[in-house]
Design a protein around this ligand. Structure first.
Ligand code: NAD
Length: 479
Protein backbone atom coordinates (compact mmCIF):
# COMPACT_ATOMS: atom_id res chain seq x y z
CA UNK A 1 0.00 0.00 0.00
CA UNK A 2 1.35 3.42 -0.99
CA UNK A 3 0.57 5.87 1.79
CA UNK A 4 -0.05 9.58 2.18
CA UNK A 5 2.71 11.85 3.47
CA UNK A 6 1.57 14.04 6.35
CA UNK A 7 3.95 15.95 8.61
CA UNK A 8 6.91 13.87 7.44
CA UNK A 9 5.18 10.52 8.20
CA UNK A 10 3.75 7.98 5.78
CA UNK A 11 0.18 7.24 6.91
CA UNK A 12 -2.60 4.87 5.88
CA UNK A 13 -5.88 6.35 4.66
CA UNK A 14 -9.36 5.25 5.68
CA UNK A 15 -9.79 3.93 2.11
CA UNK A 16 -7.59 2.88 -0.78
CA UNK A 17 -7.89 3.05 -4.55
CA UNK A 18 -6.50 0.71 -7.19
CA UNK A 19 -4.30 2.29 -9.82
CA UNK A 20 -5.17 0.47 -13.07
CA UNK A 21 -3.02 0.18 -16.22
CA UNK A 22 -5.13 1.43 -19.16
CA UNK A 23 -3.02 -0.64 -21.60
CA UNK A 24 -4.04 -3.83 -19.77
CA UNK A 25 -6.85 -3.38 -17.28
CA UNK A 26 -6.01 -6.70 -15.60
CA UNK A 27 -2.76 -5.12 -14.38
CA UNK A 28 -2.99 -3.28 -11.04
CA UNK A 29 -0.13 -0.78 -10.69
CA UNK A 30 -0.67 -0.56 -6.95
CA UNK A 31 -3.03 0.19 -4.06
CA UNK A 32 -2.89 3.84 -3.03
CA UNK A 33 -4.24 5.28 0.23
CA UNK A 34 -7.07 7.77 -0.10
CA UNK A 35 -7.07 10.59 2.43
CA UNK A 36 -10.31 11.88 3.94
CA UNK A 37 -11.29 15.34 5.13
CA UNK A 38 -9.67 14.86 8.55
CA UNK A 39 -6.32 13.85 7.01
CA UNK A 40 -6.43 16.75 4.57
CA UNK A 41 -6.89 19.08 7.57
CA UNK A 42 -3.92 17.47 9.35
CA UNK A 43 -1.80 18.01 6.24
CA UNK A 44 -2.75 21.69 6.11
CA UNK A 45 -1.96 22.10 9.81
CA UNK A 46 1.44 20.44 9.34
CA UNK A 47 2.24 22.74 6.42
CA UNK A 48 1.13 25.76 8.43
CA UNK A 49 3.48 24.81 11.30
CA UNK A 50 6.42 24.03 9.01
CA UNK A 51 6.26 27.01 6.67
CA UNK A 52 7.78 29.81 8.78
CA UNK A 53 11.08 27.97 9.36
CA UNK A 54 11.21 26.76 5.74
CA UNK A 55 10.57 30.31 4.56
CA UNK A 56 13.62 31.41 6.56
CA UNK A 57 15.85 28.51 5.44
CA UNK A 58 18.95 29.46 3.49
CA UNK A 59 18.89 29.41 -0.31
CA UNK A 60 21.69 26.83 -0.06
CA UNK A 61 19.44 24.44 1.92
CA UNK A 62 16.68 24.76 -0.66
CA UNK A 63 19.14 24.44 -3.56
CA UNK A 64 20.65 21.26 -2.13
CA UNK A 65 17.30 19.51 -1.65
CA UNK A 66 15.81 20.49 -5.02
CA UNK A 67 19.05 19.71 -6.85
CA UNK A 68 19.30 16.29 -5.19
CA UNK A 69 15.68 15.55 -6.09
CA UNK A 70 16.36 16.58 -9.70
CA UNK A 71 19.41 14.31 -9.85
CA UNK A 72 17.50 11.31 -8.51
CA UNK A 73 14.61 11.85 -10.93
CA UNK A 74 17.02 12.04 -13.88
CA UNK A 75 18.97 8.98 -12.71
CA UNK A 76 15.73 6.95 -12.39
CA UNK A 77 14.22 8.14 -15.69
CA UNK A 78 13.73 4.65 -17.14
CA UNK A 79 12.01 3.23 -14.05
CA UNK A 80 9.87 6.31 -13.38
CA UNK A 81 9.02 6.55 -17.10
CA UNK A 82 7.85 2.95 -17.01
CA UNK A 83 5.61 3.67 -14.00
CA UNK A 84 4.20 6.75 -15.71
CA UNK A 85 3.47 4.92 -18.99
CA UNK A 86 1.90 2.08 -17.01
CA UNK A 87 -0.47 4.24 -14.99
CA UNK A 88 -1.36 6.91 -17.60
CA UNK A 89 -0.97 5.19 -20.97
CA UNK A 90 1.35 7.54 -22.84
CA UNK A 91 4.12 5.73 -24.73
CA UNK A 92 7.36 4.88 -22.98
CA UNK A 93 9.47 7.46 -24.92
CA UNK A 94 6.88 10.14 -24.12
CA UNK A 95 6.79 9.08 -20.48
CA UNK A 96 10.58 9.07 -20.12
CA UNK A 97 10.63 12.51 -21.77
CA UNK A 98 8.16 13.74 -19.18
CA UNK A 99 10.30 12.38 -16.34
CA UNK A 100 13.39 14.11 -17.76
CA UNK A 101 11.42 17.31 -17.95
CA UNK A 102 10.46 16.94 -14.26
CA UNK A 103 14.12 16.38 -13.30
CA UNK A 104 15.24 19.43 -15.26
CA UNK A 105 12.53 21.55 -13.64
CA UNK A 106 13.90 20.71 -10.17
CA UNK A 107 17.43 21.61 -11.34
CA UNK A 108 16.18 24.91 -12.78
CA UNK A 109 14.33 25.92 -9.61
CA UNK A 110 17.23 24.83 -7.40
CA UNK A 111 19.13 27.62 -9.19
CA UNK A 112 16.20 30.02 -8.79
CA UNK A 113 16.36 29.55 -5.00
CA UNK A 114 19.88 31.04 -5.14
CA UNK A 115 19.00 33.78 -7.59
CA UNK A 116 15.93 35.18 -5.82
CA UNK A 117 16.85 38.72 -4.80
CA UNK A 118 15.22 42.12 -4.71
CA UNK A 119 15.68 45.76 -5.63
CA UNK A 120 17.17 48.66 -3.75
CA UNK A 121 15.49 51.78 -5.08
CA UNK A 122 16.24 55.44 -4.32
CA UNK A 123 13.28 57.06 -2.58
CA UNK A 124 11.66 60.24 -3.88
CA UNK A 125 12.08 61.56 -0.30
CA UNK A 126 15.47 62.67 1.05
CA UNK A 127 17.15 60.37 3.56
CA UNK A 128 14.79 57.46 2.88
CA UNK A 129 15.78 54.10 1.43
CA UNK A 130 13.42 51.70 -0.32
CA UNK A 131 13.85 47.93 -0.62
CA UNK A 132 11.60 45.68 -2.65
CA UNK A 133 11.85 42.02 -1.68
CA UNK A 134 9.97 38.82 -2.38
CA UNK A 135 8.62 36.59 0.39
CA UNK A 136 6.90 33.20 0.23
CA UNK A 137 3.12 33.25 -0.10
CA UNK A 138 2.84 30.75 2.77
CA UNK A 139 0.96 27.46 2.48
CA UNK A 140 0.11 26.54 -1.10
CA UNK A 141 -2.38 23.88 -2.21
CA UNK A 142 -1.45 22.15 -5.46
CA UNK A 143 -4.21 20.35 -7.39
CA UNK A 144 -3.12 18.47 -10.51
CA UNK A 145 -4.74 16.56 -13.44
CA UNK A 146 -4.05 13.06 -14.73
CA UNK A 147 -2.48 13.78 -18.11
CA UNK A 148 1.02 14.81 -16.93
CA UNK A 149 1.37 12.74 -13.75
CA UNK A 150 4.92 13.85 -12.93
CA UNK A 151 5.62 17.05 -14.92
CA UNK A 152 2.70 19.08 -13.62
CA UNK A 153 3.28 18.20 -9.93
CA UNK A 154 6.97 19.01 -10.58
CA UNK A 155 6.34 22.40 -12.16
CA UNK A 156 4.19 23.42 -9.21
CA UNK A 157 6.22 21.81 -6.39
CA UNK A 158 9.65 23.01 -7.51
CA UNK A 159 8.94 26.78 -7.54
CA UNK A 160 6.69 26.53 -4.47
CA UNK A 161 9.50 24.94 -2.46
CA UNK A 162 12.30 26.99 -4.02
CA UNK A 163 10.66 30.21 -2.86
CA UNK A 164 10.05 28.98 0.70
CA UNK A 165 6.43 27.86 0.68
CA UNK A 166 5.06 24.75 2.37
CA UNK A 167 2.75 22.66 0.20
CA UNK A 168 -0.10 20.20 0.23
CA UNK A 169 -0.22 18.27 -3.06
CA UNK A 170 -3.43 16.60 -4.19
CA UNK A 171 -2.71 14.65 -7.38
CA UNK A 172 -5.36 13.31 -9.75
CA UNK A 173 -7.09 10.16 -8.49
CA UNK A 174 -6.33 8.25 -11.70
CA UNK A 175 -2.51 8.57 -11.52
CA UNK A 176 -1.27 8.71 -7.92
CA UNK A 177 1.85 6.62 -8.63
CA UNK A 178 4.10 9.27 -10.18
CA UNK A 179 3.12 11.89 -7.60
CA UNK A 180 3.82 9.39 -4.81
CA UNK A 181 7.28 8.67 -6.28
CA UNK A 182 7.99 12.40 -6.46
CA UNK A 183 6.93 12.94 -2.83
CA UNK A 184 9.13 10.01 -1.75
CA UNK A 185 12.13 11.48 -3.59
CA UNK A 186 11.66 14.95 -2.07
CA UNK A 187 11.07 13.54 1.41
CA UNK A 188 14.29 11.51 1.26
CA UNK A 189 16.16 14.49 -0.21
CA UNK A 190 15.77 16.10 3.21
CA UNK A 191 12.68 18.30 3.31
CA UNK A 192 11.78 19.08 6.94
CA UNK A 193 8.54 17.40 8.18
CA UNK A 194 5.39 19.21 7.04
CA UNK A 195 7.02 21.22 4.23
CA UNK A 196 5.64 18.78 1.66
CA UNK A 197 2.44 16.86 2.32
CA UNK A 198 0.85 14.43 -0.13
CA UNK A 199 -2.86 13.73 0.19
CA UNK A 200 -4.23 11.40 -2.44
CA UNK A 201 -7.99 11.30 -2.71
CA UNK A 202 -11.11 12.65 -4.33
CA UNK A 203 -11.22 16.19 -5.63
CA UNK A 204 -14.67 16.84 -4.27
CA UNK A 205 -13.53 15.77 -0.79
CA UNK A 206 -9.79 16.32 -0.26
CA UNK A 207 -9.46 19.03 -2.94
CA UNK A 208 -12.41 20.92 -1.51
CA UNK A 209 -10.75 21.09 1.94
CA UNK A 210 -7.77 22.85 0.37
CA UNK A 211 -10.09 25.38 -1.24
CA UNK A 212 -12.02 26.13 1.92
CA UNK A 213 -9.32 26.16 4.63
CA UNK A 214 -8.20 29.71 5.42
CA UNK A 215 -4.72 28.49 6.36
CA UNK A 216 -4.10 27.70 2.67
CA UNK A 217 -2.87 31.00 1.26
CA UNK A 218 -2.82 30.10 -2.42
CA UNK A 219 -4.09 27.42 -4.81
CA UNK A 220 -2.36 26.40 -8.03
CA UNK A 221 -4.68 24.29 -10.18
CA UNK A 222 -4.42 22.52 -13.52
CA UNK A 223 -7.43 20.66 -14.86
CA UNK A 224 -10.78 21.12 -16.52
CA UNK A 225 -12.66 24.38 -17.02
CA UNK A 226 -15.57 23.18 -14.88
CA UNK A 227 -13.37 22.45 -11.85
CA UNK A 228 -11.35 25.63 -12.47
CA UNK A 229 -14.52 27.71 -12.22
CA UNK A 230 -15.39 26.13 -8.85
CA UNK A 231 -11.89 26.80 -7.61
CA UNK A 232 -12.04 30.44 -8.67
CA UNK A 233 -15.31 30.95 -6.80
CA UNK A 234 -14.05 29.29 -3.63
CA UNK A 235 -10.79 31.27 -3.66
CA UNK A 236 -12.41 34.62 -4.36
CA UNK A 237 -14.89 34.01 -1.54
CA UNK A 238 -12.01 33.97 0.97
CA UNK A 239 -9.56 36.18 -0.98
CA UNK A 240 -6.98 33.41 -1.49
CA UNK A 241 -4.46 33.81 -4.31
CA UNK A 242 -5.04 31.37 -7.17
CA UNK A 243 -3.85 30.41 -10.63
CA UNK A 244 -5.72 28.17 -13.07
CA UNK A 245 -4.48 26.28 -16.13
CA UNK A 246 -7.41 24.72 -17.94
CA UNK A 247 -8.56 23.49 -21.32
CA UNK A 248 -7.71 24.22 -24.90
CA UNK A 249 -9.11 23.96 -28.44
CA UNK A 250 -5.79 24.75 -30.02
CA UNK A 251 -5.64 25.65 -33.71
CA UNK A 252 -2.92 24.75 -36.17
CA UNK A 253 -3.04 26.77 -39.37
CA UNK A 254 -1.60 25.18 -42.51
CA UNK A 255 -1.03 27.63 -45.37
CA UNK A 256 -0.69 26.88 -49.09
CA UNK A 257 3.03 27.71 -48.90
CA UNK A 258 3.73 25.24 -46.05
CA UNK A 259 6.26 22.45 -46.39
CA UNK A 260 3.79 19.54 -46.55
CA UNK A 261 6.05 17.14 -44.62
CA UNK A 262 6.59 19.67 -41.81
CA UNK A 263 2.86 20.47 -41.62
CA UNK A 264 1.75 16.83 -41.52
CA UNK A 265 4.45 15.89 -39.00
CA UNK A 266 3.47 18.72 -36.67
CA UNK A 267 -0.27 18.00 -37.01
CA UNK A 268 0.16 14.27 -36.34
CA UNK A 269 2.31 14.94 -33.31
CA UNK A 270 0.18 17.61 -31.72
CA UNK A 271 -3.14 16.04 -32.64
CA UNK A 272 -2.55 12.43 -31.71
CA UNK A 273 0.59 11.87 -29.66
CA UNK A 274 -0.03 11.25 -25.97
CA UNK A 275 -3.38 9.96 -27.31
CA UNK A 276 -4.48 13.57 -27.89
CA UNK A 277 -4.65 14.02 -24.12
CA UNK A 278 -2.60 17.21 -23.90
CA UNK A 279 -4.04 20.61 -23.06
CA UNK A 280 -1.78 21.93 -25.85
CA UNK A 281 -2.93 19.34 -28.45
CA UNK A 282 -4.10 20.75 -31.80
CA UNK A 283 -7.67 19.65 -32.31
CA UNK A 284 -8.49 22.14 -35.09
CA UNK A 285 -6.42 21.99 -38.27
CA UNK A 286 -7.26 25.09 -40.28
CA UNK A 287 -6.07 24.47 -43.81
CA UNK A 288 -6.15 26.82 -46.80
CA UNK A 289 -7.76 25.78 -50.12
CA UNK A 290 -4.62 25.25 -52.21
CA UNK A 291 -3.07 22.62 -49.92
CA UNK A 292 -6.22 21.18 -48.31
CA UNK A 293 -6.69 18.00 -50.35
CA UNK A 294 -2.97 17.13 -50.44
CA UNK A 295 -2.72 17.72 -46.70
CA UNK A 296 -5.74 15.55 -45.88
CA UNK A 297 -4.51 12.74 -48.17
CA UNK A 298 -1.07 12.81 -46.53
CA UNK A 299 -2.57 12.83 -43.03
CA UNK A 300 -4.79 9.83 -43.79
CA UNK A 301 -1.82 7.96 -45.23
CA UNK A 302 0.36 8.64 -42.18
CA UNK A 303 -2.49 7.84 -39.76
CA UNK A 304 -2.90 4.37 -41.30
CA UNK A 305 0.68 3.61 -40.27
CA UNK A 306 0.24 4.69 -36.61
CA UNK A 307 0.57 1.73 -34.28
CA UNK A 308 -2.02 1.84 -31.47
CA UNK A 309 -0.90 -0.59 -28.80
CA UNK A 310 0.38 -1.14 -25.26
CA UNK A 311 2.05 2.08 -24.08
CA UNK A 312 5.16 0.23 -22.90
CA UNK A 313 5.71 -1.86 -26.03
CA UNK A 314 8.54 -0.84 -28.36
CA UNK A 315 7.21 0.65 -31.59
CA UNK A 316 3.87 1.85 -30.19
CA UNK A 317 2.97 5.30 -31.54
CA UNK A 318 -0.29 5.82 -29.66
CA UNK A 319 -1.11 4.31 -26.27
CA UNK A 320 -4.58 3.79 -24.84
CA UNK A 321 -7.03 6.42 -23.65
CA UNK A 322 -6.65 6.93 -19.89
CA UNK A 323 -9.89 5.26 -18.72
CA UNK A 324 -13.37 4.11 -19.68
CA UNK A 325 -14.96 7.51 -18.95
CA UNK A 326 -12.57 9.40 -21.22
CA UNK A 327 -13.00 6.74 -23.94
CA UNK A 328 -16.79 7.08 -23.72
CA UNK A 329 -16.41 10.86 -24.05
CA UNK A 330 -14.16 10.52 -27.12
CA UNK A 331 -16.62 8.11 -28.78
CA UNK A 332 -19.53 10.38 -27.94
CA UNK A 333 -17.82 13.29 -29.69
CA UNK A 334 -17.12 11.09 -32.72
CA UNK A 335 -20.88 10.41 -32.88
CA UNK A 336 -21.63 14.10 -32.41
CA UNK A 337 -19.26 14.98 -35.28
CA UNK A 338 -20.97 12.50 -37.60
CA UNK A 339 -24.42 13.75 -36.60
CA UNK A 340 -23.31 17.34 -37.24
CA UNK A 341 -22.43 16.39 -40.81
CA UNK A 342 -18.64 16.17 -40.53
CA UNK A 343 -16.92 13.46 -42.59
CA UNK A 344 -14.89 10.89 -40.67
CA UNK A 345 -12.06 10.12 -43.12
CA UNK A 346 -9.84 8.05 -40.82
CA UNK A 347 -9.95 6.14 -37.55
CA UNK A 348 -12.43 6.55 -34.74
CA UNK A 349 -12.83 2.81 -34.05
CA UNK A 350 -12.43 1.59 -30.46
CA UNK A 351 -10.39 -1.57 -29.97
CA UNK A 352 -11.29 -3.74 -26.97
CA UNK A 353 -7.86 -5.36 -26.89
CA UNK A 354 -4.34 -4.65 -28.10
CA UNK A 355 -2.29 -6.75 -30.52
CA UNK A 356 -1.51 -9.24 -27.72
CA UNK A 357 -5.14 -9.58 -26.68
CA UNK A 358 -4.80 -7.52 -23.48
CA UNK A 359 -7.97 -5.59 -22.61
CA UNK A 360 -7.52 -1.80 -22.63
CA UNK A 361 -9.07 1.50 -23.68
CA UNK A 362 -7.78 1.68 -27.25
CA UNK A 363 -9.05 4.05 -29.91
CA UNK A 364 -7.74 4.57 -33.44
CA UNK A 365 -6.99 8.29 -33.95
CA UNK A 366 -9.87 9.99 -35.74
CA UNK A 367 -9.79 12.70 -38.41
CA UNK A 368 -12.85 14.66 -39.52
CA UNK A 369 -13.02 16.82 -42.65
CA UNK A 370 -15.73 19.11 -44.04
CA UNK A 371 -16.23 20.62 -40.60
CA UNK A 372 -17.43 24.12 -39.75
CA UNK A 373 -16.46 26.47 -36.96
CA UNK A 374 -19.92 26.19 -35.37
CA UNK A 375 -19.79 22.43 -34.84
CA UNK A 376 -19.46 21.22 -31.26
CA UNK A 377 -16.40 19.16 -32.25
CA UNK A 378 -14.73 22.48 -33.10
CA UNK A 379 -15.88 24.37 -30.02
CA UNK A 380 -15.62 21.94 -27.08
CA UNK A 381 -12.49 20.29 -25.72
CA UNK A 382 -12.69 16.55 -26.46
CA UNK A 383 -9.34 15.64 -24.88
CA UNK A 384 -8.74 12.60 -27.04
CA UNK A 385 -7.25 11.61 -30.41
CA UNK A 386 -10.04 13.30 -32.36
CA UNK A 387 -9.05 16.09 -34.77
CA UNK A 388 -11.02 18.23 -37.25
CA UNK A 389 -9.94 19.89 -40.46
CA UNK A 390 -11.55 23.26 -41.21
CA UNK A 391 -11.14 24.63 -44.74
CA UNK A 392 -10.13 28.30 -45.04
CA UNK A 393 -10.06 30.54 -48.12
CA UNK A 394 -6.82 32.36 -47.24
CA UNK A 395 -4.51 33.41 -44.39
CA UNK A 396 -6.86 36.13 -43.13
CA UNK A 397 -9.78 33.73 -42.83
CA UNK A 398 -7.51 31.10 -41.22
CA UNK A 399 -6.39 33.59 -38.55
CA UNK A 400 -9.99 34.61 -37.85
CA UNK A 401 -10.97 30.94 -37.48
CA UNK A 402 -7.98 30.29 -35.20
CA UNK A 403 -9.14 33.07 -32.89
CA UNK A 404 -12.81 32.06 -33.01
CA UNK A 405 -12.73 30.09 -29.77
CA UNK A 406 -13.23 30.73 -26.09
CA UNK A 407 -9.83 29.16 -25.39
CA UNK A 408 -6.32 30.58 -25.93
CA UNK A 409 -3.59 28.22 -24.76
CA UNK A 410 -1.40 27.31 -27.74
CA UNK A 411 -1.59 27.99 -31.49
CA UNK A 412 0.52 26.90 -34.43
CA UNK A 413 1.14 27.80 -38.04
CA UNK A 414 2.88 25.85 -40.80
CA UNK A 415 4.18 28.25 -43.43
CA UNK A 416 7.34 29.23 -45.29
CA UNK A 417 6.22 32.88 -45.39
CA UNK A 418 8.06 35.12 -42.93
CA UNK A 419 5.34 37.70 -43.39
CA UNK A 420 2.53 35.37 -42.34
CA UNK A 421 4.55 33.76 -39.54
CA UNK A 422 5.37 37.19 -38.11
CA UNK A 423 1.79 38.41 -38.41
CA UNK A 424 0.43 35.21 -36.82
CA UNK A 425 2.81 35.41 -33.85
CA UNK A 426 1.57 38.94 -33.21
CA UNK A 427 -2.17 38.48 -33.80
CA UNK A 428 -3.14 35.00 -32.67
CA UNK A 429 -4.89 35.10 -29.29
CA UNK A 430 -2.91 32.46 -27.40
CA UNK A 431 -0.35 32.28 -24.62
CA UNK A 432 2.03 30.19 -26.73
CA UNK A 433 2.64 30.29 -30.50
CA UNK A 434 4.51 27.74 -32.59
CA UNK A 435 5.84 28.25 -36.12
CA UNK A 436 6.47 25.01 -38.07
CA UNK A 437 6.31 23.07 -34.78
CA UNK A 438 3.62 21.05 -33.00
CA UNK A 439 1.41 23.12 -30.66
CA UNK A 440 2.39 20.72 -27.87
CA UNK A 441 5.92 20.20 -26.58
CA UNK A 442 7.43 23.16 -24.75
CA UNK A 443 10.68 24.08 -23.02
CA UNK A 444 10.91 23.85 -19.22
CA UNK A 445 12.66 27.15 -18.51
CA UNK A 446 10.21 29.65 -20.05
CA UNK A 447 6.66 30.67 -19.14
CA UNK A 448 3.77 28.33 -19.84
CA UNK A 449 0.13 29.35 -19.95
CA UNK A 450 -2.68 30.81 -21.97
CA UNK A 451 -5.32 33.47 -22.14
CA UNK A 452 -9.09 33.74 -22.54
CA UNK A 453 -10.82 30.66 -21.07
CA UNK A 454 -7.63 28.58 -20.87
CA UNK A 455 -5.82 30.23 -18.00
CA UNK A 456 -6.26 32.62 -15.12
CA UNK A 457 -3.60 34.33 -13.05
CA UNK A 458 0.18 34.51 -13.37
CA UNK A 459 2.09 32.21 -15.73
CA UNK A 460 3.68 28.97 -14.57
CA UNK A 461 7.30 27.87 -15.09
CA UNK A 462 10.52 29.68 -15.84
CA UNK A 463 11.38 32.85 -13.97
CA UNK A 464 7.74 34.00 -14.25
CA UNK A 465 6.75 31.37 -11.65
CA UNK A 466 7.96 33.79 -8.95
CA UNK A 467 4.90 35.95 -9.61
CA UNK A 468 2.63 33.32 -8.16
CA UNK A 469 4.79 31.68 -5.50
CA UNK A 470 6.03 34.88 -3.88
CA UNK A 471 4.50 38.06 -2.58
CA UNK A 472 6.26 41.40 -2.84
CA UNK A 473 7.18 43.53 0.17
CA UNK A 474 8.23 47.17 -0.10
CA UNK A 475 10.22 48.42 2.93
CA UNK A 476 11.01 52.10 3.63
CA UNK A 477 13.82 53.14 5.99
CA UNK A 478 14.63 56.61 7.29
CA UNK A 479 18.38 56.67 7.79
P1 NAD B 1 -10.31 17.73 -13.48
O1 NAD B 1 -10.72 19.15 -13.44
O2 NAD B 1 -11.38 16.70 -13.48
O3 NAD B 1 -9.39 17.39 -12.22
C1 NAD B 1 -8.22 18.10 -11.94
C2 NAD B 1 -7.91 18.00 -10.45
O4 NAD B 1 -8.93 18.71 -9.71
C3 NAD B 1 -7.92 16.56 -9.92
O5 NAD B 1 -6.88 16.41 -8.99
C4 NAD B 1 -9.27 16.48 -9.26
O6 NAD B 1 -9.33 15.49 -8.26
C5 NAD B 1 -9.40 17.88 -8.68
N1 NAD B 1 -10.78 18.28 -8.32
C6 NAD B 1 -11.95 17.86 -8.89
N2 NAD B 1 -13.00 18.45 -8.26
C7 NAD B 1 -12.49 19.26 -7.30
C8 NAD B 1 -13.07 20.14 -6.33
N3 NAD B 1 -14.39 20.30 -6.20
N4 NAD B 1 -12.25 20.81 -5.51
C9 NAD B 1 -10.91 20.68 -5.62
N5 NAD B 1 -10.31 19.86 -6.50
C10 NAD B 1 -11.08 19.15 -7.34
O7 NAD B 1 -9.34 17.57 -14.73
P2 NAD B 1 -8.66 16.22 -15.29
O8 NAD B 1 -9.74 15.43 -15.97
O9 NAD B 1 -7.83 15.57 -14.25
O10 NAD B 1 -7.64 16.80 -16.38
C11 NAD B 1 -7.99 17.07 -17.69
C12 NAD B 1 -8.15 18.56 -17.91
O11 NAD B 1 -6.96 19.24 -17.53
C13 NAD B 1 -8.37 18.95 -19.36
O12 NAD B 1 -9.41 19.89 -19.46
C14 NAD B 1 -7.05 19.58 -19.78
O13 NAD B 1 -7.14 20.51 -20.82
C15 NAD B 1 -6.62 20.20 -18.51
N6 NAD B 1 -5.17 20.46 -18.52
C16 NAD B 1 -4.73 21.74 -18.65
C17 NAD B 1 -3.39 22.03 -18.68
C18 NAD B 1 -2.91 23.45 -18.81
O14 NAD B 1 -1.77 23.70 -18.44
N7 NAD B 1 -3.71 24.37 -19.30
C19 NAD B 1 -2.46 21.00 -18.56
C20 NAD B 1 -2.93 19.70 -18.44
C21 NAD B 1 -4.30 19.45 -18.40
Amino acid sequence: MFQNLINGEWVEGPRASRNINPSDTRDVVGEYAQADVAQACLAIEAATRAQPAWGLSTPQQRFDILDAAGSEILARRAELGDLLAREEGKTLPEAIGEVVRAGNIFKFFAGEALRSGGDVVPSVRPGVGVEVTREPVGVVGLITPWNFPIAIPAWKLAPALAFGNAVVLKPADLVPGSAWALADILHRAGLPPGVLNLVMGRGSEVGQVLLDDRQVNAISFTGSVATGARIAQACVARMAKFQLEMGGKNPMVVLDDADLGVAVGAALNSGFFSTGQRCTASSRLIVTEGIHDRFVAAMVERMKALKVDDARKAGTDIGPVVDDKQLAQDLQYIDIGKAEGARLVAGGEPMATNADGAPGYYLRPALFTETTKAMRINREEIFGPVVSVIRAKDYEEALALANDTEFGLSAGIATTSLKHATHFKRHVQAGMVMVNLPTAGVDYHVPFGGRKGSSYGPREQGRYAAEFYTTVKTAYTQA
